[in-house]
Design a protein around this ligand. Structure first.
Ligand SMILES: C[S@@+](CC[C@H](N)C(=O)[O-])C[C@H]1O[C@@H](n2cnc3c(N)ncnc32)[C@H](O)[C@@H]1O
Ligand SMILES: [Zn+2]
Length: 265
């Protein structure tokens, strides 16, 4: 186990159904299979992270396989490296985390999110085969220099923490939305869509590879379109009138456009 106490940073050991440090800070392992390491000081609201509605929509949508293309790209990278321990930052409902475990059973996988409800959903995939926990990416309860690959898929990251947990030869795989990602959805809900300029703001790490991948997917039912819409921040931003348009859409062809950066520290 690579867990350390988020309060005092001492090693944690399992005592009964809890993790304990030498200073007696205690974190219970929930019956659902995840550990809540989120300190009150690391909460930015009463219910931090994505809303329950958005998480359920994400789980239902991803389980239908629409984003298998994205998973395959990440899985190919993971298979290229000799990875013992992998950490998925902001794992959400754990779709990619679990698929990685199924396809790479020998890797020891840790997945966390700031939303407790996300882990309650993620642990439906498996209670035991993945180390699920609740935490803020600003204060990760993982030992220094212990992780071979950190993965962040569309997630909020804190660079200093990623550097701290990575082994010296570890890699950081960052998956971001490309400029045309879901452009058709944006064109449906905004009068004017500003195409993001190419993001050249690379992180101050050693970039070893960068690729953009695109494809299209077809969704031909209203339920899945609404679920996808609820996964995005657009659902919470757009006008009622535009929301109605989406609520009545029965099919849409969408561009998937992602950028994957691979860094060493
Ligand atoms: C866009 S979702 C991506 C989820 C997952 N990686 C996926 O691709 O399905 C971003 C996730 O980051 C989580 N999140 C936001 N701020 C966070 C933080 N400070 N620490 C950890 N997770 C955070 C949210 O709760 C949400 O589940
Ligand atoms: Zn402690």
């Amino acid at each position: 186990m690579l867990y350390i106490c988020p309060k005092c940073h001492e090693k944690l050991i399992i005592v009964d159904k809890s993790y304990k440090c030498i200073n007696n800070h205690t974190y219970d392992i929930s019956s659902k299979g995840y550990v809540n390491f989120l300190l009150n000081d690391d909460k930015n609201s009463l219910h931090p992270g994505d809303t329950k509605d958005s998480l359920i929509a994400r789980y239902d949508f991803l389980n239908k396989g629409y984003y298998k293309f994205i998973f395959n790209k990440v899985n190919n990278i993971v298979k290229e490296y000799n990875i013992i321990n992998l950490l998925d930052i902001g794992c959400g409902v754990g779709y990619y985390t679990y698929q990685l475990k199924v396809n790479n059973p020998s890797i020891n996988i840790y997945g966390f999110d700031i939303a407790k409800e996300a882990l309650a959903i993620a642990s439906r995939y498996t209670k035991k085969d993945i180390n699920w926990f609740v935490s803020n990416s600003k204060n990760i309860p993982i030992e220094d220099n212990s992780i071979d690959a950190v993965l962040a898929m569309f997630s909020f990251i804190t660079l200093d923490e990623i550097k701290r947990v990575l082994k010296d030869d570890g890699i950081f795989i960052q998956v971001c939305a490309g400029k045309n990602h879901l452009i058709e959805l944006k064109q449906t809900i905004y009068d004017e869509v500003k195409i993001k300029e190419e993001d050249n703001n690379l992180l101050p790490l050693n970039l070893i590879d960068r690729n953009e991948y695109t494809t299209t997917i077809n969704i031909d039912n209203n339920e899945d379109i609404i679920n996808l819409f609820k996964m995005t921040p657009h659902y919470y931003r757009c006008s009622k009138e535009k929301k109605n348009i989406i609520n009545n859409l029965d099919k849409i062809e969408l561009t998937i456009d992602i950028v994957i950066n691979i860094y060493k520290k």
